[in-house]
Design a protein around this ligand. Structure first.
Ligand SMILES: [Zn+2]
Length: 81
C-alpha cells in the first residue's frame, strides 16, 4: 500500500491514467482511506484539467505576456469548492 508521500509522486500518473491497473487499485484504496490525499488529488485533477485547457488554447510562447502568466497563477490559487 502506498503511503501519503508515494501518493504525491503517483498523482500525475494516476490522473493521466499512465499507471498499471494493479498500482491504480493500490492508489485508489489509499484514496478511499485517506481524506488528505483525496483533497490533494482533487486539487491536482483541477490543476491538470486547467493546464490542459490552457495548453490547448495557448498562444505561441513568444506571445505569452507576464500578465497571462499572472492570470493563470491566480486561477490556480483560487479557493475551490
Ligand atoms: Zn494519504
Amino acid at each position: 500500500m502506498p503511503n501519503c508521500r508515494d501518493m504525491a509522486e503517483l498523482a500525475t500518473d494516476y490522473l493521466d491514467r499512465a499507471m498499471p491497473w494493479h498500482r491504480r487499485v493500490l492508489a485508489w484504496t489509499h484514496l478511499r482511506a485517506c481524506a488528505a490525499c483525496r483533497a490533494y488529488f482533487d486539487q491536482m485533477r483541477r490543476t491538470v484539467a486547467l493546464l490542459r485547457s490552457l495548453t490547448e488554447s495557448m498562444p505561441p510562447e513568444s506571445e505569452i505576456s507576464e500578465s497571462d502568466i499572472e492570470a493563470v497563477m491566480r486561477r490556480l490559487n483560487e479557493p475551490t469548492g
